[in-house]
Design a protein around this ligand. Sequence first.
Ligand code: ADP
Length: 495
Amino acid sequence: MADHTGKRTGNRTGAGSRLDTSSIKMTTLMSFVVFALFMVAVLWGLSNFFLNSYYERARSQEVILTAEALENQFRRDLQSFDSYAAQTAGTNGIYIEMELEGASLVYDGTRTVNDTEDYEPDVTDIRNDLETSGQVSISETKRDPSGAASRLVYAAHIKAYGYDNVLCIVAPLYPDQVTVRILRKMLIYISFIVLVVSFLLAFALSVRLSSPIENLTNSAKELSKGNYDVKFNGAGFTETKELARALNKASYEMEKTDFYQREIIANVSHDLKTPLTMIRSYAEKIIDISGDNPEKRNADLNIIISETERLNRLVTDMLSVSNLQSNNVEMHMETFDLVEAAESVYESFRVLAESEGFEMRFHPCKPAYVVGDRSRLMQVMTNFVSNAVKYSGDNKYVEIKLVRGSKKVTFHCIDHGVGIPSDEIGHVWDKYYRTSANHERGIEGTGLGLAIVKGLLNLHNAQYGVESEEGKGSDFWFEMETVRKPPARKTGEEA
Ligand code: ADP
């Protein structure tokens, strides 16, 4: 069965490492590659479909600004206009024609774009349009029938130096072919770089993302084989570190549970076996030896009865714990005085204490009413006191103390006996747990009493705890909220 499962897991992992499209590695890699391809597609799309229209718009705005600058220069300084216009035409790649009094100055800076173009017809057209429009300046976009070689044509009157001069500008609205070619090449390089970089980045990221998870998975596989020494390491990311911490805790708890389960089986079998052996040997003794002697027979039968009672107690406790764990406990809640209930527990122990040479003290406080199941809380107190008696060693002094706060009452059961080692104190409430020293001492017990107490106190929402020092004694306590004293019942009416 185990082999079969092992094989299946192995196969699945094998298939996964070949091409598992849902793995983190593949998903990250694919996402990055898709994103990179998308970016490249967007770049190419933009450059092919929008570059021309964007270029046209930007260039048109630029030409108008250039025209204004030329006009300003013309008005400011006629001498230097010639060199300024020549330079402007060159740097902007435009055709400028300035009609002065009887003369026409031409500056053609469009050679890099198109060296065969003749702009005279455009100039003539715009001049006519300028005159007919009656405006100071106009601009028009001219397109070839093919739609490819469009131009912005601009004309403006510049009234200066006593004459009506006309400035005409023709600007090709398409990027020159060299620039386009260079741009294309650059785009190819950029696309290549984007693809390679994103692939490398995706690969690095996917490895970084998946490696802590792979680590955790390997550790979990080890743990499933029962190796509790395995440590989960989620180094790299906060989330994986958090997961590793949770898994380490789970593994620690599993180890503890496993350990206790083995302990439990050992303890329970031991606890069941001892009385059973006693019963069997005393029954044999009756058959073989004491059967005919009524006195001895009765003594042996009494031992058998007391061992049976011990077995009965053990089984009852086991049932109580199991009922408490499955919340299968019926509670009879009432309001009662905890101090009075504690006193009756003390009274029941006092007789025993006297006969066994114990000193038992009771320190009550003022009546403190609580809401709870009286008999179960008495069971809790009885358990504390019987443990105190059982573990008080040679110092046979036990105190029962009640302390009242403003809204709370605390029950303390204090002994001055063997105490509990600090590393074991947290476990005494676990079922079947018995401190190592008490095991050695051979003190009888099931390790179920405090587990039952814990279950019952939890049902009452009570706080509880123990302060203890090995060799000095322990103080087991629980604390409950107090309520108002209930109104006294009118006995006459009840009758
Ligand atoms: P047990 O039947 O063994 O007494 P409990 O659940 O009542 O089971 O107690 C669990 C363990 O806690 C005991 O075995 C004992 O080791 C320890 N313990 C409980 N009460 C005391 C105490 N008053 N002093 C020292 N150890 C105690």
